[in-house]
Design a protein around this ligand. Sequence first.
Ligand code: 4AD
Ligand code: MG
Length: 429
Amino acid sequence: MQVILLKDLAQFVGQEVEVRCWIYNLRSSGKIMFWQLRDGSDFCQAIINADDLSKDKWELAQKASLESSVKIIGVVNKHPKKEEYEILVKDFDFFQIAEEYPISKKDHGIDFLMDNRHLWLRSKKQWAIQRVRNTLIQATYEFMAQNNFIKIDSPILTPSACEGTTDLFSVKYFDETAYLSQSGQLYLEAAIYAHGRVFDFGPTFRAEKSKTRRHLTEFWMMDAEMAFVNLDQNLQTQETLIRFMVKSVLDKNKAELVILERDTKILENILKPFYRITHAEAIKQLQSLGSDVKDGEDLGADDETMLTKQFDNPIFITNYPSRIKAFYMERNAKDNTLAECADLLAPEGYGEIIGGSQREYKYDKLLKSIRDHKLPEKEFEWYLDLCKYGSVPHGGFGFGLERIVAWVCGLEHVRETIPFPRTIYRLRP
Ligand code: 4AD
Ligand code: MG
């Protein structure tokens, strides 16, 4: 007997097969039962007819409950009108008859669902989200390999901050204090001098007390770094990467996007060029929309929402004032008060998905910036060293995977984009 996945049912019409599944819904009418099955790869309906089973098996079938796990032998049947397949059950055995399942069809509050995240992951919508996330991860690796990047695994335990000292998680590290990494960027900068183009992709940590729908304390970042590029080339790489990722989801996750009720029209704009505006223009536009953001200020979460609702494709916001950006950013050649940088904002109110910039690669300027930011000079000696031995113009960026998943799936909050979210209120399950 061939054991098959539900996604492959179409290849076995008329044949007897074995499948191993969970029952996510069931109903019965007289001598027929209908089990809605799920095996991780897809969904289908099984039809259990009393006339096809022994008396004992029919009685056992009555014990089926939501989430019971079952091995089924049956014949694959195609729906006469739709592209749907069902299984006419010849025999079955339970792996386990499940206890009463806490998640029912009635509306549960988000706290209840999050407390039961270990079970909620099985729901159809949550299944679809993780599949989209997986596609975005796979597409990233594929794109980076095709574009001559190699993966460099940056450390998670670090002695100092990359993005700013206010939101670090500290851990006792023998006799000293270590911090969980906010971004692997600085280590990648070291690696470009060996490999030219590198990336990392792993968990990063921010102890921000932010309660917005965009913030997690643990999230997955992909940092990329390239030698010999200017800002325009840096942005071009970001744009083609994001286009490739979204296109992959549109191609590979059609069923998932239907489950998520995602309007894919806007996502299809991804094939067109992204918008580019300067920070100063963004502020003007926000002020005209009624925001009280001042010239030269950073954009708050609400500003990003307001601004990006005006757009139908991602928007690069370039040249933020360097005063509000990280110490390592190079200055704009024409206006020294501006950073040679850009954030990429997703449209439809989603906001920042990428932070990127050119890096200061001249020793004196970098040292001055480290001092101006009052960073511990000693901890940055190795980073300053990079400016001494064959320093080159370079740049890179980092994306937040969960922010991209939220946007592509059309979700209200990033907490559903990661299997087990960590926020200021949640460390469990
Ligand atoms: O803009 P950020 O802070 O940039 C950096 O860390 C750079 N060192 C990256 C680099 O140039 N290599 O963070 C990068 C991205 C943001 O654009 C956002 O998508 C995501 O990481 N991010 C978060 N996602 C979820 N929760 C949080 N608390 C996040 N903070 C940043
Ligand atoms: Mg940022």
